[in-house]
Design a protein around this ligand. Structure first.
Ligand SMILES: Nc1nc2c(ncn2[C@@H]2O[C@H](COP(=O)(O)OP(=O)(O)OP(=O)(O)O)[C@@H](O)[C@H]2O)c(=O)[nH]1
Ligand SMILES: [Mg+2]
Length: 210
């Protein structure tokens, strides 16, 4: 049994990642991805998701429709081995104490942590989120999400982001085991959307089953 925690600053895409994974589980696409295998969903809980009222047009982060108050949770089972795993995605708005509690709880019970970053915002502000998390394993995975929003040469830009993230965690004596580059939404007009959608499923499966 692996407990995975998806942690990251507000709107990095943690809930979207989990929702997309559930879709892969439901329609059986999970068997088609790299390293895929048959899995069944046991429990899906997105009840901690709240509608964002109105949304301040001046603030890009608040234009989204929902935010996570209580951690989202998905339990699934690998059919072949019979092993069950849980993925938790707490909210990122740590200024709210109830959300902050979710982050603290999940960071303590998770055996595997995925640090989720968004490509569309400076890393510096996103690092602030992780400075606040006190309980952290020595080895983590990193997810660079919203790759569809990256401008310029993809390979170059990813390398730069990876180096910066590695450096940040190194200062905290945390090693990055693997970095995954993902797109958690079905973005029309993004040529490689399928590849990077699949990465979401591949990432979570690899971390739980390896
Ligand atoms: N373009 C693009 N948008 C994305 C991607 N993933 C998520 N989003 C959008 O980003 C916004 C925030 O996504 P969420 O999944 O709610 O982010 P979150 O990290 O769960 O947010 P909190 O729980 O409130 O911290 C939503 O409008 C998503 O549709 C992606 O890969 N590409
Ligand atoms: Mg969320």
């Amino acid at each position: 049994m692996v407990n995975i925690g998806l942690l990251g600053d507000i709107s990095a895409g943690k809930t979207s990642i989990l929702r997309l994974f559930v879709r892969y589980l439901k329609v059986g696409d999970i068997e088609q991805v790299k390293g895929g295998e048959k899995c069944v969903t046991i429990k899906v809980d997105f009840s901690g998701e709240a509608t964002v009222p109105g949304g301040d047009k001046e603030d890009r982060l608040n234009q989204k429709e929902t935010k996570t108050i209580h951690p989202n949770r998905v339990v699934f089972r690998e059919v072949k081995s019979g092993r069950a795993h849980t993925i938790f995605a707490p909210g990122g708005d740590r200024a709210r104490s109830v959300i902050r509690m979710g982050i603290i709880t999940i960071s303590r019970i998770a055996t595997q942590i995925v640090a989720v970053f968004s490509c569309d915002r400076p890393l510096k502000t996103q690092f602030e989120f992780f400075r606040d998390v006190r309980f952290f394993p020595d080895n983590i995975s990193v997810c660079i999400n919203k790759v569809d929003l990256l401008k310029g040469d993809l390979k170059d830009e990813i390398e730069k982001l990876e180096a910066e993230i590695k450096d940040f965690f190194k200062q905290r004596k945390i090693t990055i085991v693997e970095t995954f580059v993902t797109c958690a939404e079905k973005m029309e007009g993004f040529e490689d959307v399928q590849i990077y959608n699949d990465r979401v499923a591949e990432m979570l499966l690899k971390i739980t089953t390896q």
